[in-house]
Design a protein around this ligand. Sequence first.
Ligand SMILES: Nc1nc2c(c(=O)[nH]1)N[C@H]1C(S)=C(S)[C@@H](COP(=O)(O)OP(=O)(O)OC[C@H]3O[C@@H](n4cnc5c(=O)[nH]c(N)nc54)[C@H](O)[C@@H]3O)O[C@H]1N2
Ligand SMILES: Nc1nc2c(c(=O)[nH]1)N[C@H]1C(S)=C(S)[C@@H](COP(=O)(O)OP(=O)(O)OC[C@H]3O[C@@H](n4cnc5c(=O)[nH]c(N)nc54)[C@H](O)[C@@H]3O)O[C@H]1N2
Ligand code: SF4
Ligand SMILES: [Mo]
Length: 766
Amino acid sequence: MQKPDSASEHINELVPMKTRRDFIKISALGLGAVALTAGSGRMGLGMPLFGKETGPDNEGDVLRRVPTYCEVCFWKCAGWAYVNSEGRIVKVIGNEDDPQCNGRLCPRGTGGVGMVYDEDRLKKPLIRVTENGKQTYREASWDEALEYIASKMKGISEKFGPESIALFNHGSAGHYFTHLLNAFGSSTVAAPSYAQCRGPREVGFETTFGSQVGSPEPTDIRDTRCMVLIGSHIGENMHNGQVQEMSDAIDKGAVIITVDPRLSTAASKSKYWLPIKPATDIALLLSWIHVLINDEIYNKEYVAMHATGFEELKAAVSKYTPEWAYGITTIEPELIRKTAKEMADAAPAVIVHPGRHVTWYGDDAQRSRAIALLNALLGSWGSRGGFFMKEGASIPEHHHPEYPKPSWSWPETLNGKYPYAKMSVTNAFIDASIASPENKHQIHGWIIAGTNLPMAIPLKSQMLKALEELDLVVVVDTMPTEVTGYADVILPECTYLERYDDLRDSPHRVPTVALRAPAIEPMYDSKPAWWIAKQIGEKLGLHAYFEYDDYKEVIDWQLNQMGSSLKELEKTGVIVFPRKKGSPYLDNSQPHAFTTASGKIELYSESLAAAGFDPVPVYTPHPEPEEGFYRLIYGRAPMHTFSRTANNPNLTDLMKENSVWVNPRVARLWDLENGAYTYLKNQDGVVSSFPVKVRITERIRWDSVYMVHGFGHSKKELSRAFGKGANDTELITNVMIDPMMGGTGMRGNFVTFVSNMDQNMKEVES
Ligand SMILES: Nc1nc2c(c(=O)[nH]1)N[C@H]1C(S)=C(S)[C@@H](COP(=O)(O)OP(=O)(O)OC[C@H]3O[C@@H](n4cnc5c(=O)[nH]c(N)nc54)[C@H](O)[C@@H]3O)O[C@H]1N2
Ligand SMILES: Nc1nc2c(c(=O)[nH]1)N[C@H]1C(S)=C(S)[C@@H](COP(=O)(O)OP(=O)(O)OC[C@H]3O[C@@H](n4cnc5c(=O)[nH]c(N)nc54)[C@H](O)[C@@H]3O)O[C@H]1N2
Ligand code: SF4
Ligand SMILES: [Mo]
């Protein structure tokens, strides 16, 4: 067996690092490939961010630059695409005027060009047909494919009402299809960014402060003196602005406290790493609250001015001593006290980060509320170095006739469950697509735009049942990912570098807008989503809702209303507006009207109590792995986004497969060798479709294994991604649904190793 890479075995207290050598060290621990190609990166976090460029530098060729904003993830950094005289996009770089990215894109953004030139792209509309008793796809003209969809939509609407056609969306395309469905009479629209991602934290913060966190997060990391990351792995989670600000904060001496069963990149840059036993975070959070209150180191003035329910909270947490929490979390009581003191010393310039993907154990809204309570006690909400009050640019809506009022909408799909869901729940849509006496309203058609449902939602058997019953499944995508295999009609959208899209409005410290214009004409027979939605709308007789020939007319009109124009934005890419709403921070000498029922920050929630939920979070133990099994946890890699980049030629160059992180103790027990391949089998007997490479490392606790989400693709049409690595989603068969808001908790799954499952086990190329 090869020697595992060595990192801190029991490092709880790490010295903050901020030198160039440090950068090399961290890159040697796993970010090597990117760090080397990245050139001038930033130091503090050792992040592989690409350096700014000053302009085109091609050999004498005149490059044209076109403004865009990135679609490789949802941070939406503004940038410039450079096109050479042969009409080829040669690079994309960050826009210096954009406060979201400060002129720097992450490796994924730089590699975004690979989406355009991926030869596996969807190229023509496809319609499912049966030939010789076998189902297959045949190419169709746009007119035929769109006619087919419109006539199916009419048929479903006549029988069941327009509401029974649902949209699943994620990303820019969603807006145009939402508009189409709204005009048609349906508002049955959902995205995985709620019940598979940030829904629970929005509920936790709203029930406390009356406001959601929202995206991008209004975390004032730039000026923070202490940041606590609860399983939030900023640095591998590459949301650009946050990574840059965290890097700066570390350089300025901010204390970082990272709670993670894995020595994440962030943990390795932290003063304190708390390698918590997974699934026990609520115990740690309650204990921190206990220490702040018991030791009287909470922010008394802030709490007195803004909060209600302090005495109830104090009574509720009186028993949660660090000694109690130690028995559950394995974090030493002294360390719990010391880190609570660090937070209090920095308050109110402290951030207990809400995280983003927080659908973990089914009690996630309550864990998020515990995080909100901690922030409230520290006085960080509305304070410099804590959370600022964000402001967006008010982009006027383009005129259209009023939408017809649907007779039912997504709340009816919840069947009385999840009273705190403020947004639609994808999994409830799946349930509502299966005939059952429970469903007063059944969904009969799906339009899916920009989301790879089989990888994003861990409910495969439910999804398959629903797909059996649906009368229409349309997929609008750029790539032949798994979801396209279930479509009746597949529509090829062109990539973000080949189209106009809505102006970007990212509420932050200051309002901004950014323009996305096409750098090149759409390749093959692909079309922008705005065009596809408009064509279907016209076939449905909804002309009045689509009064433009080209979407740039809408953008120009909107910019004119805001005192600018398309012409101006084509030159600058971004406009930064002054704030209209005053200071981004609260005046803590005055009461503030919080949008909760009481008008105050609610440390004890009457509304939760009335609805039958815990008014103050409580810790409930979660099932543990049986002997020989390990908890499956997952996360992000800096060079990939979910499943959407796994085939991108530029990014597969940096990372072509995921690996399973295994502690050396476990590796010895199972005789696993570093770099060897193993299949994984979960508690329900589900075996991974492909073997995954073993990475033996002290950086993961012995009771868990870790992998990056988005690999293990099963579509052969993805020539680079097919069979590379393992798919976490297929191993997530135990899903714990949050009773407050419907989120799918995915971290209650346990796996073991099946190295010799297949005698002819294919050696996957490494
Ligand atoms: N097991 C597991 N499940 C998870 C997560 C996890 O970590 N593990 N993470 C969860 C989270 S946080 C989120 S936000 C969701 C993300 O869920 P999704 O957004 O569904 O993520 P992807 O898997 O990247 O699928 C994106 C799809 O959009 C397509 N696409 C890319 N660009 C375009 C475009 O410009 N136009 C169109 N029409 N299509 C495009 C891609 O080809 C791909 O098929 O997944 C959630 N599900
Ligand atoms: N490069 C890149 N960046 C991205 C994305 C991407 O696809 N690629 N996606 C973006 C999106 S939409 C989202 S939602 C975010 C998600 O990113 P985050 O919100 O930062 O994090 P998660 O993916 O939930 O968490 C992963 C971390 O949680 C740790 N963990 C696992 N179980 C536990 C536990 O029980 N307790 C604690 N304390 N920690 C635990 C894991 O070891 C891992 O380090 O990333 C965003 N940024
Ligand atoms: S963080 Fe990276 S992938 Fe996300 S929008 Fe910015 S450059 Fe693109
Ligand atoms: Mo997410």
